[in-house]
Design a protein around this ligand. Structure first.
Ligand code: AMP
Length: 556
């Protein structure tokens, strides 16, 4: 079977670094090195005239050409107002991210000698609908079939569950994922035939970069003290970029050593500052404490679902290499956390998941072929893999070419929860407008729910449904706490009384896509359907143009 399985690559599109992995012929996930022979590629884009340069060269170029280099673009994914302007052209975050994807895929094609068409891309569990859709678009602009967007901690747990956990073991693990720009904390239950997300939390504006920024602020202060000036040297773009790069390097050295020197050059002055690990830990302590507080918040949520304990904490994400992370977590939870492949676990998990999609597709095709032979012309072949598990099981058992790990993988069910709550604006009993959540965060997905609301006045012409995304765990929450992600208008017939029922259905799929249906069920049975159109994400003509530009573009 393995020869017929389509290869789907897994991409960890990180804030600071991106990596790509595939499943080798022995069923092992392997991270592909880039043209510079590195396992991770800086997610940095340098607009060098008409050329697009991605990776280490781009990162180094930020010292000399700070205005032509874009870093940390992931933090702006899904933002409606972000554009980067260069030579009279504007680029949305999706397009800039597509360059990063192109670079890692192209390099992987060169090293493997095969054409890559299909990918799974990861994103933080914390991403909402817009950010997820923007991530998908980035892959599509780059010209690839994005088979699925999966959560980074889920990918890490898939890698961990597949590589480290015996097939008959059951474990509840907490994945503490501190990357370059995001922090995700997730509880996952690994069982023989399932990997199930129980609860998720985090902060998409907390990551290694914040530790860098603290070092930058410290260096600025030390420079001011040494030169007896109050000048804010960060106003100088060159100095600012220089300090950012030096700070990240210093942070990494401090993971190994007790102190490290940094040379600051600005306005003809040179100042040497020695940063001690103790000082570094002191100026970043509150950031670490925030991750601990967010971990507790998530654990409290998990208790509501009946999960009071966990067996293990695994650390993923490059920033968990800072020794204070391990020691703080150990002190807090009285358990030694396991550092699990921090740079590669997510890409590997995505590749494993890609393999699973491909295996299931192959099996589904075989069930289809078998059934179509047995069926009459009128019968339909529509079914989902979960509907035909017995047949699939039989195929898997009979398949000599399927390795035990492939068999196990094809059987594993991956279940997720939503990291956001979704609702509509409604009026409460005190006549105030509030958000009424139909789906609460940490609900298992897919989820479909219908709720009946009443029209406000008699003879109402239409109902405008404002669809809101938020982080609240309560059914009702303030409008100021939520962001509008779409609207639907249901036109009504004349002469309906006040409080006419309107049934609103929310359907959220595994990938976080939301479909809304509103129906006036009694008089007219009028219906309106919307799939959240993620207005802040590149689409339509602009999307097609970006795709066309991408086809003619050389990314190096
Ligand atoms: P990721 O998004 O998982 O690739 O994580 C990237 C983050 O990890 C960046 O902020 C890096 O600076 C940080 N990082 C990578 N290696 C180390 C290290 N040895 N010590 C401290 N931070 C690191």
């Amino acid at each position: 079977m393995s020869d017929n399985v389509r290869k789907i690559y897994g991409i960890d599109l990180g804030t600071t670094y991106t990596s790509i992995a595939y499943m080798d012929e022995y069923g092992k996930p392997v991270v592909v090195h880039n043209a510079e022979n590195m396992a991770v590629t800086p997610s940095v884009v340098f607009f060098d005239g008409d050329n697009i340069v991605v990776g280490e060269v781009a990162k180094e170029s930020s010292r000399l050409y700070p205005h032509d280099v874009v870093s940390f673009i992931k933090r702006s994914m899904g933002e409606p107002d972000y554009v980067f302007e260069h030579n009279g052209r504007t680029f949305r975050p999706e397009e800039i991210s597509s360059f990063v994807i192109r670079k890692v895929v192209q390099d992987a094609e060169h090293s493997s000698g095969e054409k890559i068409t299909d990918v799974v891309i990861t994103c933080p569990a914390y991403f909402g609908i817009n950010e997820r859709e923007a991530t998908r678009r980035a892959g599509e602009i780059a010209g690839y079939n994005v088979r699925q967007i999966i959560n980074e901690p889920t990918a890490a747990a898939i890698a961990y569950g597949t590589i480290e956990v015996e097939s008959d073991e059951e474990r509840v693990v907490v994945v503490y994922d501190l990357g370059g720009g995001t922090f995700d904390i997730t509880m996952i239950e690994i069982q023989a035939n399932s990997i199930e997300v129980i609860c998720t939390g985090g902060d998409h504006n907390l990551g290694g970069k914040d530790w860098d920024d603290r070092i930058v602020a410290y260096l600025v202060q030390e420079f001011q003290n040494a030169t007896k000036s109050s000048e804010d040297i960060l106003d100088d773009a060159d100095t600012c970029q220089d300090l950012q790069l030096s700070a990240e390097k210093a942070k990494k050295v401090l993971s190994q050593r007790d102190k490290t020197p940094v040379l600051i050059t600005h306005g003809g002055e040179r100042v040497k500052v020695v940063i001690e690990r103790r000082k570094f830990e002191e100026i970043t302590q509150d950031l670490l404490e925030r991750t601990v507080a967010l971990t507790h918040e998530m654990l409290e949520e998990a208790k509501k679902k009946g999960y009071w304990n966990f067996d293990e904490i695994i650390l993923v994400g490059g920033a968990t290499r800072m020794p204070q992370v391990t020691s703080r977590i150990q002190r807090e939870f009285n358990m030694k956390p396991r550092v699990f492949d921090p740079d590669e676990a997510v890409a590997k998990g995505a590749a494993i998941y890609g393999m699973k999609i491909a295996l299931n597709e192959g099996l589904k095709q075989r069930v289809t072929d078998k059934r179509s032979k047995e069926m009459s012309a009128q019968e339909t072949l529509e079914f989902e893999i979960d509907d035909v598990l017995e047949e699939v099981e039989q195929l898997v058992n009979d398949d000599d070419a399927m390795s035990p790990s492939q068999m196990r993988l094809s059987r594993v069910r991956v279940k997720n929860v939503t990291s956001k709550s979704f609702g509509i604006i409604a009026v409460n009993s005190r006549d105030e407008e509030i958000v009424f959540n139909l789906i609460l965060k940490n609900t298992d997905v897919p989820k479909k729910i219908t709720k009946t609301f009443g029209t406000a006045v008699a003879n109402q012409e239409a109902v405008t449904i404002q669809i809101m995304e938020n982080d609240s765990s309560e059914v009702m929450t303030a409008i100021s706490e939520a962001a509008e992600i779409g609207t639907a208008v249901l036109n009504l017939p004349e002469n309906l009384p006040a409080d006419t029922p309107i049934d609103i259905t929310f359907k959220l799929n595994e990938e976080g896509r939301l479909e809304i249906t509103a129906i006036e069920p009694t008089a007219s049975k009028r219906t309106v359907n919307v799939t959240i159109d993620t207005r802040s994400v590149i689409q339509g003509e602009e999307f097609e143009q970006a795709k066309a530009r991408s086809r003619n573009l050389v990314v190096s």
